[in-house]
Design a protein around this ligand. Structure first.
Ligand code: ATP
Ligand code: MG
Length: 255
């Protein structure tokens, strides 16, 4: 079992879209996936068809001793389980900061999953900040997947998250953390800018950019409002195809 955090401190780059649709694509291909929504906005929960509910987030596990298994729910989709978020998760940051080993809380909470054959991939959808929840995610994960929007300053944003990755690795918080890859999102084939960003990123991080590039697609942006991953909302469209290809690359990289 591998834990992979989907993170980028920058907002609106496609973290949640990637967490939900990558999870759904992995599940569709027969892999057993647990998606954990760590963002108090709870967008991943609703987009995966499991709206936020009081007392069902990972909150009480992080600040108390509730076992993680108490919070796992089945999603409407085969092989896809979820731990939903709730707005209270925002308060978690303050409470965790007061606990012993605040950066290692999530790692401890997820420990029982490591010996549970029910899950092959645990995917963490992180909030857009360098706060305690995201740091906990990076401290708990073996893998980091960074979604990056094809736009100006993309490289700038990546260097910040890669700096954080190196600090987490080198300061002993989590020496096992590796960059699984950078997934380029919202690629617009009609603009030269998108292509320039792709070229620039490929030059700087040649082995780390996923070959699959996620195009900008209206369907991908509509699917969450129907509470469906793209595989359920538009199974044969370009969004589904892209996330299926990304899932195949992902499986090879985390294996
Ligand atoms: P936040 O930082 O707020 O958590 P995020 O990084 O999780 O944001 P998303 O919520 O996945 O980003 O995406 C931001 C917006 O862009 C959403 O409205 C989403 O529907 C849209 N979006 C994401 N990917 C695509 C895409 N490939 N094509 C079109 N729209 C997209
Ligand atoms: Mg998000």
């Amino acid at each position: 079992m591998k834990i992979v955090a989907i993170a980028n401190q920058k907002g609106g780059v496609g973290k949640t879209t990637t967490a939900v649709n990558l999870s759904a694509a992995l599940a569709e291909s027969g892999h057993k996936v647990l998606l954990i929504d760590l963002d108090p906005q709870a967008n991943a929960s609703s987009a995966a068809g499991c709206p936020a509910q009081d007392n069902m987030s990972i909150y009480s596990c992080m600040i108390g001793s509730t076992p993680i298994h108490d919070k796992i729910q089945a999603s409407p989709y085969n092989n896809l389980s979820i731990i939903t978020s709730e707005i209270d998760l925002a308060g978690c940051e303050v409470e965790i900061a007061r606990l012993e080993n605040p950066l290692g809380r999530l790692r401890e909470v997820l420990e029982p999953l490591r010996h549970d054959p029910a899950y092959q991939h645990v995917i963490l959808d992180c909030p857009p900040s360098l706060g305690i929840l995201m740091t906990n995610a990076l401290a708990a994960a073996e893998g980091l997947l960074v979604p990056v929007q094809c736009e100006y300053f993309a490289l700038d944003g990546i260097s910040k998250i890669l700096d954080l990755l190196n600090r987490i690795k080198n300061q002993g918080v989590n020496p096992n953390l590796e960059l699984v890859g950078v997934a380029l999102t919202m690629f617009d084939a009609r603009t030269r800018l998108s292509q320039q960003v792709v070229n620039e990123l490929k030059q700087h991080l040649p082995d780390k950019i996923f070959t699959t590039i996620i195009p900008r697609s209206i369907r991908l942006s509509e699917a969450p409002s129907f509470g469906k991953p793209i595989m359920a909302y538009d199974p044969s469209g370009v969004g589904s195809q892209s996330y299926r290809l990304l899932a195949q690359e992902f499986i090879q990289r985390v294996a």
